[in-house]
Design a protein around this ligand. Structure first.
Ligand code: ARG
Length: 489
C-alpha cells in the first residue's frame, strides 16, 4: 500500500463508499491556501529550532511553493483529507527523506484547527467589509429621507407617523451591532492551535509563538487539549451569522410586503426581480424571498454545529470534520446575502408620495392628539386615551366639536373650555408635526435624526479603521512569510 497514512497500521485499503463517506477533500478546498501557509510557517520554525536541517527546510519549502502554484486540483482526492494528500504530494516531489520530516511535532488535529481559524478569519474580514458597505448604503439613503413621511407599524397595523430615515436607521443600527459581534468573535477566532499536536503538544522543542506570529494570529492558544478539540468559535460565528441573516430576513420581509399592490411603497430594480413563466405581467421580489429563505439555511447550520459538538468528550474526535462544511456554507450565504441587500437598497425605487399619504391612514396621529389633550387641557393620559379611542370609532380626523361631545360624555365638560384649541387639534393631526415633536434621543424628528446619523457616521468611520487594521495585520504577516520562504529556497 503506497498510502502514506495507512501503510503502517492498516493492511487493507478502504472501499469507494467508505472513502467517500469519510473524506473531507471537497470541504478542504476551503483550507487549501491556509494549509500551505501553515506548512510553511511550521517548516521555517522546525529549521530555526534545529529540528530539521536547512537543506531539508529548503526542499520542503520549494515543494510547498510548487504545490501552491499547481493548486488543489492536482492533489490526489483519494486521500481522506487535504493534510495527508498534500504531504503525500510533497513526498512525491522531494522524496521522503526531506518531505517526511515536515509533520514532525504536529498532528492533523492542530493543523486542521489552525487552517479553519485561518480561513474563517479571512471570511470574517470580507464579511465585515461587506457589512460596512451595507451600513454606508443604509445611512446615505437615510440621510436623503429625513423628511420622507411614512406610517410606522406595530402588529403590522398603522401605528404612528415616522420617517423613512428613522425606519432605515433602525435596520442600520441592528447591522452595526452585528459588525461589533463579528469584530468581537474575530478575537477568539484569530488565535493559533498549531503545536498542540494530537492534544498533548510535543516533546520536540518547537516555538509556538513564532508560528502564531508568522501566520498573523494574535497568540498561540494556551491549553493544547482545548486547542485541538474546541469548536465554540464556529458556534459563536454561526450565531453571529444567524443574527445577520435574521436581520436581513426581516428587512427582506418588509421589502416583499412593500412591493405588493397593497402597500406599493417601493419597487425593486428589475435586476433583483423575477417574472412568472405563465403570468406575463408579474414582477416578483424573488431575491428578497430567497434571502428570507436562506436565513433558514444559516440558522440550520448553527443548529447542526451545536448538535455536532454537544456530545464530544475531549479531545479530538472525527465528528469535528462534519462541522467544517456548515461554517463554510453559513459564512458564504451570509456574505452573499449582505452584498445582495446592499445592491437591492442602492437601486430601490421609493414611492415617497404613497408613503406620505399612508402616513396618516388609520388615524396614526391618535397618540399625539391624546398627548395634546394632556398638555393643553390638563387631563390624565388614561382619560385622553379613552376619549380618543372613542372618537376613533367615529372618525380619523376629529374636529374640536366632536372632541367636546365625547369629552362631555366621559368627563362631564368640554376640553375647549379647559384650553384645547382648534389650532392645537390641527397641529396634533398633522403627520409632519407629529414627527417634528418627537425630538428625544432616538426619535424621528428631522433635527434629531440628522444628529443621530452624524454620530453614526462617526462610529462607522472608527469601526472601518479598526477593520482595516485587522486586515493589514494579517496581510503584512502573510507577505512577510511569503518573502521569508523565498529567501530560504
Ligand atoms: N479531516 C480532519 C478534520 O477535518 C482532519 C483531522 C483528522 N485527524 C484525525 N485524527 N483523523 O477534522
Amino acid at each position: 500500500m503506497s498510502d502514506i497514512l495507512r501503510r503502517g497500521r492498516l493492511s487493507k485499503s478502504p472501499g469507494e463508499e467508505m472513502r467517500a463517506y469519510t473524506s473531507s477533500m471537497e470541504a478542504d478546498k476551503w483550507i487549501f491556501e491556509a494549509d500551505v501557509f501553515v506548512d510553511m510557517a511550521h517548516t521555517l520554525m522546525l529549521q530555526e529550532q534545529e529540528i530539521i536541517s536547512e537543506e531539508d527546510c529548503s526542499k520542503i519549502l520549494s515543494g510547498l511553493l510548487q504545490i501552491k502554484e499547481e493548486g488543489m486540483d492536482t492533489l490526489d482526492f483519494s486521500y481522506e483529507d487535504i493534510h495527508i494528500s498534500l504531504e503525500s504530494r510533497l513526498i512525491d516531489l522531494i522524496g521522503e527523506e526531506a518531505g517526511g520530516r515536515m509533520h514532525s511535532g504536529r498532528s492533523r488535529n492542530d493543523e486542521v484547527a489552525t487552517c479553519i481559524r485561518f480561513a474563517l478569519r479571512g471570511e470574517l474580514l470580507s464579511l465585515l467589509e461587506d457589512l460596512m458597505k451595507l451600513e454606508t448604503t443604509l445611512t446615505t439613503l437615510a440621510s436623503d429621507h429625513i423628511n420622507t413621511l411614512m406610517p410606522g407599524f406595530t402588529h403590522l397595523q398603522h401605528a404612528q407617523p415616522t420617517t423613512f430615515a428613522h425606519h432605515l436607521a433602525a435596520h442600520a443600527d441592528a447591522f452595526e451591532r452585528d459588525i461589533a459581534r463579528i469584530i468581537s468573535a474575530y478575537e477568539r477566532v484569530n488565535i493559533c492551535p498549531l503545536g498542540s499536536a494530537a492534544f498533548a503538544s510535543t516533546g520536540f522543542p518547537i516555538n509556538r509563538y513564532v508560528t502564531a506570529e508568522r501566520l498573523g494570529f494574535s497568540n498561540p492558544m494556551t491549553n493544547s487539549m482545548d486547542a485541538v478539540s474546541s469548536r465554540d468559535f464556529l458556534i459563536e460565528c454561526a450565531a453571529a451569522f444567524s443574527n445577520i441573516m435574521i436581520n436581513l430576513s426581516r428587512m427582506a420581509e418588509e421589502l416583499i410586503l412593500w412591493s405588493s399592490q397593497e402597500f406599493n411603497f417601493v419597487e425593486l430594480d428589475d435586476t433583483y426581480a423575477s417574472t412568472s413563466s405563465i403570468m406575463p405581467q408579474k414582477k416578483n421580489p424573488d431575491t428578497a424571498e430567497l434571502m428570507r429563505g436562506k436565513s433558514g439555511t444559516v440558522v440550520g447550520s448553527l443548529a447542526a454545529l451545536m448538535t455536532i459538538c454537544k456530545g464530544l468528550p475531549l479531545s479530538y474526535n472525527r465528528d469535528l470534520q462534519e462541522a467544517t462544511p456548515h461554517i463554510i456554507k453559513s459564512v458564504n450565504v451570509t456574505d452573499a446575502s449582505v452584498r445582495m441587500m446592499t445592491g437591492i437598497m442602492e437601486t430601490l425605487t421609493i414611492h415617497e408620495e404613497v408613503m406620505k399619504t399612508q402616513s396618516v391612514a388609520g388615524f396614526t396621529t391618535a397618540t399625539e392628539l391624546a398627548d395634546t389633550m394632556v398638555r393643553d387641557a390638563g387631563i390624565p393620559f388614561r382619560t385622553a386615551h379613552q376619549i380618543v379611542g372613542t372618537l376613533s370609532r367615529m372618525t380619523t380626523t376629529p374636529s374640536l366639536k366632536e372632541i367636546d361631545q365625547v369629552s362631555s360624555d366621559v368627563l362631564g365638560y368640554k376640553l375647549s373650555e379647559k384650553g384645547l384649541t382648534k389650532e392645537a387639534v390641527a397641529g396634533a393631526l398633522d403627520p409632519l408635526g407629529n414627527v417634528e415633536r418627537r425630538l428625544v434621543v432616538g426619535g424621528p424628528a428631522p433635527i434629531q435624526m440628522r444628529d443621530d446619523l452624524t454620530d453614526k457616521k462617526r462610529r462607522l468611520a472608527a469601526l472601518q479603521k479598526e477593520i482595516w487594521a485587522m486586515d493589514l495585520a494579517v496581510e503584512r504577516a502573510l507577505e512577510n512569510l511569503t518573502e521569508e520562504v523565498k529567501t530560504k529556497i
